[in-house]
Design a protein around this ligand. Structure first.
Ligand code: F6R
Length: 611
């Protein structure tokens, strides 16, 4: 989704801004632009398309200045063309603004501004803020005008502003859309909607909270609320390395991130597993331990792949921790007036980015109703981590590819830990706890064995690359995995794919099957294997090509299926962690075989910070 970068210091702003934009490319966008200020002049350059086009345009007309803002836009209001790209200017070109989020009352504000003589150059909601500030700035100092404009705005924003009236100042503010300030050496400051933009320059950061604004100058930074009350902010340290956000020897981030999955299990379980005593220790939940023991119901709120990971979590928590659990889409939960039992219910927001607007909305709904709120999040310091009562980090490292892979596996690993923790607080035996813990610890080596099959799966992808549609089947723990496999294929290979709980096939989707409609069935040896095997036979009887995913040593499916992918065995509740990996690899190789860039699927954004 949209990205913001800002800089004030002694370097050439353009270099820092372009570098930052490149680091935010993974978030998905369709145009880019920048504004730098020097003395009395603002230099704005914007281009539709990729950052490389902006770079080319800037090479033709380099702009001076060591203060500036830049943006990658993911269109919400208005086409992705040059006029709609950010930054936007006020009527007189005094100030330039970049914005992430949505101004919900822009229509009404725009009508008023036009009546009062303002001329608009774009179809965006953002431009109204530039004109609003302009209007206030006719009577007030710029800082006050900036805050006054923000008070008029309804919606979400991460905003940054530079002005030729105050050429050595950079203003920024947030409501619902992340912004982080990087504190450099020698009095320079960086601004980013994502710490990835700042990491090569500094690890020292200050996360802006909602309804907080900051002014960055050569003299320092000041943070305050929109009514100008000063706020003291804590500096924090980012602990990722530049290597972690660079692609290295891999052709795509997605492949790199899939390859990292053995270490995702190692890192997400490090210091948290006690195999001998069958326990899980989650430091992030220590402070709410007493409340957790009283929990009688859990609601898991999430979107997309995180929602599917939560569905697997629901199976784990109900079967092993014996806590009634519901998984809910963030986008539905927040509006459907959920009935909560505050003293006895915990609501867990599951999110790789920790910034997804719908998940955050659901979390706020739960908070308002008094539930204990927890987070299962990857991005350290993200909004969800700051708004929950307590939580567990995935420690999966930054996920750059738009399609979630290691984030999903990290979420499953944390759900397994949480299941052991809550289960052992209740009726789970030490033996069961030890078995789950030992199996979790054995997963990295098993994942390596699956990753080693990448070339075989690539060959399979070549065979099926022309499919128009596919059906993914799985049951019990693997039903959500089938949905995740289908989601991955849709997202990056642009093939229509349906994910179904296998038992449902006969209630409808079987009508679709014919020789042109491949079926991928997850049929690993578990309590429901025979049933899935029957579904697979039913698909074959309709002459659909069948790819079966089963366990090493189970050769009986070779007779039925056209192709078989073998994975190592583990216990049923952990099987999704292994089974999803060939599906990720398959989608990845399908995308590449069809000539698409799996890291930057069309129309998608990495972190969906708007509704
Ligand atoms: C799928 C994918 C999305 C995200 C969803 C939630 O590959 O990446 O479906 O899972 O947008 O994102 P987070 O986990 O950041 O809340």
């Amino acid at each position: 989704m949209c990205g913001i970068v800002g800089y004030i210091g002694a370097r050439r702003a353009e270099d820092v801004l372009l570098d930052g934009l490149r680091r935010l490319e993974y978030r998905g966008y369709d145009s880019a632009g920048k504004a730098t200020v020097q003395g009395e002049a603002i230099h704005v350059v914007k281009t539709p398309g990729k950052v490389v086009h902006l770079t080319e345009a800037l090479a033709r007309t380099p702009a001076p200045g060591s203060v500036g803002i830049a943006h990658t836009r993911w269109a919400t209001h208005g086409e992705p063309n040059q006029a709609n790209a950010h930054p936007h200017l006020d009527c007189r070109g005094e100030l330039a603004i970049v914005h992430n989020g949505i101004i919900e009352n822009y229509d009404r504000l725009k009508r008023g501004l036009i009546e009062r003589g303002h001329a608009f150059r774009s179809d965006t909601d953002t431009e109204v803020v530039a004109h609003l500030i302009e209007e206030y700035a006719a009577k007030l100092p710029l800082e006050e005008a900036f805050l006054a404009a923000l008070r008029d705005v309804v919606g979400t924003f991460g905003i940054a502003v530079v002005s030729r009236r105050e050429p050595r100042k950079l203003y920024a503010a947030r409501r619902g859309s992340p912004l982080v300030v990087g504190v450099g050496v020698n009095g320079e400051y960086f601004l980013g909607s994502d710490p990835a933009a700042l990491i090569p320059y500094t690890r020292d950061v200050v996360y802006l909270g909602d309804d907080e604004a900051v002014v960055l100058t050569d003299e320092g930074m000041e943070t305050f609320s929109f009514d100008r009350t000063r706020i003291q902010k804590q500096r924090e340290q980012i602990n990722w390395t530049v290597d972690e956000i660079e692609r290295g020897r891999f052709p795509h981030f997605m492949l790199k991130e899939m390859t990292e999955q053995p270490s995702v299990i190692v890192n997400s379980t490090r210091g948290r597993l006690d195999v001998d005593n069958g326990l899980a220790k989650l430091g992030g939940l220590k402070d709410v331990d007493d409340r957790l023991r009283k929990i009688e119901r859990l609601s898991l709120v999430a979107c997309g792949s995180a929602y599917l990971a939560a569905m697997v979590g629901e199976y784990m928590l109900e079967e092993y921790a014996e806590i009634p659990t519901e998984t809910e889409l963030g986008s539905e939960y927040r509006y459907r007036k959920p009935i909560l039992d505050p003293g006895r219910e915990a609501v867990i927001a599951v999110s790789q980015s920790g910034e997804t607007a719908d998940t955050l909305g659901a979390l706020r709904e739960a908070k308002e109703k008094g539930a204990l709120t927890l987070g299962i999040v990857n991005a350290v310091g993200s909004t969800i981590t700051r708004e929950t009562d307590a939580g567990v980090y995935l420690h999966a490292g930054p996920e750059i590819a738009v399609a979630s892979t290691k984030g999903f596996v990290g979420q499953l690993s944390v759900f397994a830990l949480l299941t052991v923790l809550l289960g052992r607080q209740r009726r789970m035996s030490q033996a069961t706890g030890s078995r789950i813990a030992a199996e979790l610890a054995a997963l990295p080596a098993k994942i390596e064995r699956i990753l080693a099959q990448s070339d075989r799966i690539k060959a399979l992808a070549k065979k099926y690359a022309n499919a128009q549609s596919m059906l993914y089947l799985g049951r019990k723990y693997n039903a959500p995995v089938a949905l995740e496999g289908a989601l991955k294929l849709k997202e990056i290979a642009y093939i229509h794919a349906e994910g179904y709980a296998a038992g449902e096939m006969k209630h409808g989707p079987i009508a679709l099957l014919d020789p042109s409609f491949p079926v991928l069935a997850i049929a690993t040896k578990d309590s429901i294997y025979e049933k899935v095997k029957s579904n697979l036979e039913e698909a074959k009887a309709r002459r659909a090509p069948v790819i079966a995913l089963t366990n090493e040593g189970n050769d009986e499916l070779v007779r039925i299926a056209d192709d078989v992918i073998f994975v190592p065995r583990t216990i049923e509740m952990l099987a999704p962690i292994l089974n999803v990996i060939p599906l990720q690899l398959f989608a990845y190789h399908m995308a590449v075989a069809r000539g698409y860039d799996p890291d930057k699927p069309r129309n998608l954004a990495k972190s969906v910070t708007v509704e």
